[in-house]
Design a protein around this ligand. Structure first.
Ligand code: ADP
Ligand code: MG
Length: 233
């Protein structure tokens, strides 16, 4: 009975999400169709529409690729990973974007390997989403601090920015599908990130102070490769 209840709850959530996705994708589609009709009718000069049409297509593409991150990871993709390596790759990937926005990324990786067991692309996606949000929050530049540590059974990633901070009512909405305060946002980055961390038996915690900045704490279980091998033999 409890299982049935949980299933119906899952179905409800899936239904809510599907309705949201349908709505978010229908808007740009409707607009694309409108422009296409105008072009076909030959009534107006076509060239000015292409940029808008392109932007609408980009939007659909962004939504779809973020949602794809939610699909179930394949078994073979799960592997032992050193979080320091994954974070270094991510910082390298985002450094140019940060510099363009006058932002310095200051990362402390620590000196010991920080093993986790997970899907590389998904965990990297979480880091990308959170750091991107930090960059987007700091329109006047500043510093993003990243610190990796191991505390008992958990590997902790702390990412803090010097952005405007988030109010309490906004904080409660973060992670809800399609919640965004950005003109070009999808409002899916955090929802996807929370889901990925949850799938990895981890936790995300957000603390924010208006006028000071925001700090994300991501915990993932420490999983040392050799211990696991010994256990199974
Ligand atoms: P998007 O970035 O597309 O808006 P997200 O799910 O990544 O979607 O983020 C949702 C919202 O949470 C953002 O629009 C923003 O209002 C808020 N937010 C997330 N991270 C930060 C941050 N570091 N500082 C301030 N606001 C943030
Ligand atoms: Mg985002």
């Amino acid at each position: 009975n409890e299982e049935l209840l949980i299933n119906s709850e899952k179905l409800y959530v899936a239904g809510q999400l599907a309705a949201g996705i349908a709505h978010e994708i229908r808007n740009p589609l409707t607009s694309l169709k409108g422009f296409l009709q105008l072009i076909v009718s030959g009534k107006k000069n076509n060239n000015s529409y292409y940029d808008i049409m392109n932007a609408e297509l980009d939007r659909i593409e962004d939504i779809v690729s973020e949602l794809l991150m939610l699909s179930k990871p394949q078994v073979y993709e799960l592997a032992y990973q050193d979080l320091r390596v994954m974070m270094r790759d991510t910082v390298t990937l985002l450094e140019t974007q940060a510099i363009l926005h006058n932002i310095a990324i200051e990362a402390e990786y620590g000196s010991e390997p920080l093993w986790i067991y997970g899907v590389e692309n998904q965990v990297k996606q979480v880091f990308i989403n959170v750091i991107k949000n930090a960059i987007e929050a700091m329109s006047d530049g500043g510093a993003i601090g990243i610190k990796l540590t191991r505390e008992q059974d958990g590997v902790f990633v702390r990412i803090r920015d010097e952005g405007p901070g988030i109010g309490e009512d906004q904080l409660a909405k973060m992670g809800q599908p399609f919640y965004t305060t950005k003109e070009k946002g999808t409002g899916l980055g955090l929802m996807v990130s929370y889901k990925i961390v949850d799938n990895h038996q981890g936790k995300i915690d957000v603390k924010s102070e208006i006028g000071k900045g925001t700090s994300f704490e991501i915990m993932l279980p420490f999983r040392y490769p050799e211990t696991e091998i010994k256990k199974s033999s």
